[in-house]
Design a protein around this ligand. Structure first.
Ligand code: FAD
Ligand code: SIN
Length: 520
């Protein structure tokens, strides 16, 4: 049986962006907050490094702004960057109000640094920043009686009428039914799309759902070629998606080849503190040139007690896998980590479709340009979620909402071949890893485009014929998002930031955003 719900605001996603958005919306509004897994599951929970903000008198806004612009290879939107940087100290205060206790050194924040930052400005809760942010924000959300939480509910598609958005069709995984969530305003906060790649630091939730849904609804999707690879994910056969935080390098850890030789000095004068695109490409180059399975990250020269206190999560996880980071090097490889592009959104988080907003990693707010600076992402989530809520709070809420047909499942049947979905899923991720990775070329991209087009056709046929499952919903979105990454990559005739192609190795003097929009 299908249900129909009606709310003033529907928020899709319970990461830092979705939760902060819900908290900042007026208590006069009825809000549905849905998440496709448990409420705490998502990239936000696993964030280790921290949140960047100017919190020290030796630092200033202009320096944070300039570092962000430079790391983004001059493609970022300067107005949005200034807005985010100037709001950062308030975002830290908002979190403290929610109960987050940042690590301190004496009476001051224990600020650290990461690639691209010219000052110490990364506030953190040891290496459990995301866990602390998420548990405290969720506790605050739970206190609000105007917010109804729906976990294990996955949005399928946006409800559209006259080019305006009025909510979404949502699949309730536990009760196996599709409901209509009709709303005056809809906020997409579904996180990124790094699961499009075979190897990733991201949890299973990052399947690009919001980007694919917004694309199908007619939104502008911007700069999707800029897929960020984190240089250091743990290389171990039993470690699925485990990140070794960049803040280890911020605290002095060195990258070495298997024989112990350092190599970053050959690539950038900032060595280990160069931005991520440079470090990831350097590692990729060393691994491919010498045929190594991984390189190594070494922090073992530091005091063991300090390491265990500063990086408890990483110390414990590595130890459980037989690696004692206090005494030995950590084997690491690059993996897909962050989606810099996304649903085009302005400074109030409004997308190009009426009543539809996008916040957090799913959005292209313009602050990252061609490469995101470390620890600017949680910050973006918090700042633009608040701006979005402020905008909605000032808007008229439509009471007389249109009606929509119930989800029609009368013409589909149960599939006897679920293996097709898992096979295609793996194929998409392999294609992306092999042909749309750290180093690209026209030929590789065209191969990917051809193969993805074929897979997309198969997935769409399957989607029309068979009863929905979570895997099928995600696969449909994953292949759509992968195709958008390829199309954006093909449209950029230069190398800039995270997009490096052998056919156009130079960076053009000036460049525009790449915009993909569905043809009607
Ligand atoms: P997420 O936190 O990913 O949440 C997405 C939400 O959307 C989830 O609730 C999910 O269930 C839901 N969802 C998705 N699709 C659907 C759907 N179809 N229907 C319903 N719900 C859906 N950034 C920093 O700034 N500092 C760091 O230290 C840092 N460390 C990181 C470490 C790791 C391991 C990873 C993976 C990322 C890290 N990042 C860091 C990046 C940062 O954590 C993310 O960019 C940010 O948390 C994204 O938040 P979000 O709210 O946009 O999405
Ligand atoms: C990390 O801790 O290395 C991740 C930081 C980030 O992605 O911003």
């Amino acid at each position: 049986m299908s249900k129909t719900y009606q709310f003033d605001v529907l928020i899709i996603g319970s990461g830092a962006a979705g939760l902060m958005g819900a908290i900042q919306l007026s208590e006069d509004l009825s809000i549905a907050l849905i998440a496709k897994d448990k409420l705490l599951e998502g990239s936000s929970y696993y964030a280790q490094g921290g949140i960047s903000a100017v919190l020290d008198s030796a630092d200033d806004f202009d320096s944070h702004i300039q570092d962000t612009i430079k790391t983004g290879f001059e493609l970022g939107n300067k107005q949005s960057i200034r807005f985010m940087v100037e709001q950062a100290p308030n975002a830290i205060k908002d979190l403290e109000k929610a109960g987050v206790k940042f690590s301190q050194q004496g009476k001051k924040y224990d600020l650290t640094t990461e690639g691209g930052h010219s000052a110490k400005r990364v506030a953190h809760v040891s290496d459990k920043t995301g866990q602390s942010v998420q548990t405290n924000l969720l506790a605050q959300v739970r206190q609000k009686s105007n917010i109804t939480l729906f976990e294990h509910h996955i949005a399928i598609d946006l409800l559209m009428k006259d080019k305006q958005c009025f909510g979404a069709y949502v699949y309730d995984k536990q009760n196996d039914q599709v409901s209509s969530f009709i709303s005056s305003k809809t906020i997409i906060a579904t996180g990124g799309a790094s699961k499009a790649y075979l190897y990733t630091s991201n949890p299973d939730t990052s399947t690009g759902d919001g980007i694919a849904m917004a694309y199908r609804a007619g939104c502008e999707i911007i700069n999707m070629e800029f897929a960020q690879f984190h240089p250091t994910c743990l290389f171990h056969s039993h470690a699925k998606s485990f990140l070794i935080s960049e803040t280890l390098r911020g605290e002095g850890a060195k990258l070495t080849l298997p024989n112990g030789e350092p190599f970053m000095h050959k690539y950038d004068e900032r060595e280990e503190m160069a931005p991520r695109d440079i470090v990831a490409r350097a590692i990729d180059h060393e691994m491919k040139t010498h045929g190594f399975d991984c390189v190594y990250l070494d922090l073992s020269f530091k005091d063991s007690r300090w390491i265990a206190e500063r990086f408890p999560t990483i110390t414990e996880r590595c130890l459980a896998l037989g690696i004692d980071i206090c005494n030995e090097r950590i084997p690491v490889v690059p993996a897909a980590h962050y989606t810099c592009g996304g649903v085009g959104a302005d400074i109030n988080a409004q997308s190009s479709v009426e009543n539809l907003y996008a916040i957090g990693e799913v959005a292209h707010s313009g602050v990252h340009g061609a490469n995101r600076m470390a620890s600017n992402s949680l910050l973006e989530c918090l700042v633009f979620a608040k701006a979005c809520a402020k905008h909605i709070n000032s808007e008229n809420i439509i009471d007389d909402l249109p009606s929509f047909n119930d989800w029609d499942a009368s013409r589909v049947q149960h599939s006897q071949e679920k293996v097709v979905v898992s096979h295609l899923w793996q194929e998409v991720r392999r294609i992306m890893w092999n042909f749309v990775g750290i180093v690209r070329s026209n030929r590789r991209l065209e191969t990917a485009h051809r193969r993805l087009t074929q897979i997309q056709k198969e997935v769409n046929d399957y989607y029309r014929l068979y009863i929905l499952t979570e895997d099928l919903i995600e696969l449909r979105n994953l292949v759509q998002t992968a195709q958008i990454i390829v199309e954006s990559s093909l449209s950029r005739k230069e190398s800039r930031g995270l997009h490096f192609t052998l056919d156009y190795p130079e960076q053009l003097e000036s460049a525009d955003n790449s915009v993909i929009i569905k043809t009607p």
